[in-house]
Design a protein around this ligand. Structure first.
Ligand code: CTP
Length: 413
């Protein structure tokens, strides 16, 4: 795509409309040309001036403005993606039934690009059979209806129906522009565990041994698994500040041993386990009760290390019937042995079903936005993953997992 991707941002009339401003900001800052199309009800929550200022484009709600430009047809036809934030129960119903009484619903009918509807509503409305049926209809026609988050709703209520974090919505938009078929509902009925981030192994109450893992790859795996229909437990060690994936149960841990306990607990019920966490291989043999002090009268302390358990190898040994286990390998290679040779040996040693291989070092993989690598299968298959976003890499992993589970042959992409 040479020009800026064109996104239509529909805004429904719910209180979460204010978060559409942050989504708009996130999209313009990442190089998207955004046309905002609010419903009349949305303008009760956010003024058109805000959308115009943030997008740099004029904003209309009805079909009778700029008539010679035929916007009710052109906006949808020309878009690379339409995203609706928030998609209210009313908007989902209209879209499911093909109603077209304003500019946004007309645009939804003319769009031939990926359509992402991001619902936000009270739990009762989300769970109502009418909404369930509308969501099923829209999904069956190829629209992506995002899973909402759980948590605080308007007023005193909590439950499922919160809008996912704006940064998460921006990620999903970017993924669907990059790869329109990235979010099929093919993980429905599966329980998935993903570990993410880097463990921290304490030396004393204020210091630890850690690593540079940002957690982004693991979070992208959890986020995309939820949106493909899985029930997801994300066991998160230390990460950069990242939005929690909507719809996932997130368990925060610190050390490798805590991560091990949480992953084993969740894995006992899971169909798929993905170990994306950077687990410290060693921890300090002693954890000082008080802060370690330097002293001119005593020699500088040496740190003795002890081995942490290999959680992935343990998971393979404790594997449930039909459970799929995916490992990650961060490799630099060395003067004699290449990244892939190390990775093949690691796959054999760990005994997992799939191994995602990242070449790391010199700015690759850690703390970066993009990733590339290979997917190695225990059946001897080998598939390169070209450079793309971490969400894109997550998509390749889930594609490989579903192929592995259904026994279909892997075809290099
Ligand atoms: N892993 C694990 N427990 C550990 C270390 C690693 O479960 N104590 C998992 C990681 O989550 C990853 C895989 O094992 O899925 C490979 O991690 P990596 O650090 O690349 O390999 P190591 O086993 O540490 O081997 P080496 O350091 O020799 O490369």
């Amino acid at each position: 795509m040479t020009q800026r991707p064109r996104v239509v941002l529909g805004v429904g009339g719910g209180i979460a409309a204010y978060k559409a401003c942050e989504v708009l900001r996130g999209l313009t800052e990442t190089g998207h040309d955004v046309r905002v199309v609010p419903t009349a009800a949305a303008l009760n929550f956010v003024g058109a001036a805000t959308f115009e200022a943030l997008s740099g484009n004029k904003v209309h709600t009805g079909v009778f403005a700029d008539v010679p430009e035929v916007p009710h047809v052109r906006l949808g036809q020309e878009a690379d993606l339409v995203v609706v934030v928030p998609a209210t129960a009313d908007l989902l119903a209209k879209a499911a039934h093909g109603l077209a009484d304003d500019l946004l619903t007309n645009t939804l009918l003319t769009a031939r690009c990926p359509v992402l509807l991001v619902p936000a509503m009270h739990t009762e409305m989300w769970e109502h059979p009418a909404t369930r049926a509308n969501v099923a209809t829209l999904r069956s026609r190829g629209a992506v209806v995002a899973e909402p988050a759980s948590g605080r709703l308007t007023g005193k209520d909590t439950g499922k129906g919160r809008l996912p974090a704006p940064a998460e919505i921006v990620d999903l938009v970017r993924l669907l522009i990059e790869h329109p078929a990235a979010l099929p509902r093919d993980l429905e009925g599966l329980r998935v565990v993903v570990s993410a981030g880097g463990t921290r192994e304490p030396l004393d109450p204020v210091r630890w041994l850690g690593n540079r893992s940002s957690g982004k790859q693991g979070y992208a795996l959890a986020r995309t698994a939820v949106q493909r229909g899985a029930e997801v437990v994300l066991v998160s060690a230390h990460t950069q500040a990242l939005p929690e994936p909507a719809g996932a149960v997130v368990e925060h841990v610190g050390t490798a041993e805590q991560l091990r306990d949480a992953v084993h607990r969740a894995a006992a019920e899971a169909d798929v386990v993905v170990m994306a966490a950077a687990v410290a291989d060693f921890r300090p043999a002693e954890r000082a009760e008080h802060k370690i002090k330097k002293s001119d009268d005593a020699p500088d302390p040496a740190i003795a290390l002890t081995r942490n358990p290999d959680i992935l190898a343990e998971l393979v040994r404790a594997r449930r019937a039909a459970q799929t286990i995916v490992g990650f390998a961060a490799e630099t290679g060395d003067s004699g042995t290449g990244v892939l040779d190390f990775a093949r040996a690691k796959l054999a040693r760990k005994g997992c079903d799939l191994l995602v291989v990242n070449a790391v070092g010199e700015g690759k993989a850690f703390e970066t936005e993009d990733n590339s690598g290979w997917l190695l299968g225990a059946d001897g298959s080998e598939r390169p993953i070209r450079l793309g976003s971490k969400a894109r890499m997550a998509t390749e992993v889930w594609d490989a997992v579903t192929k592995f589970r259904t026994g279909s042959p892997d075809t290099p992409g």
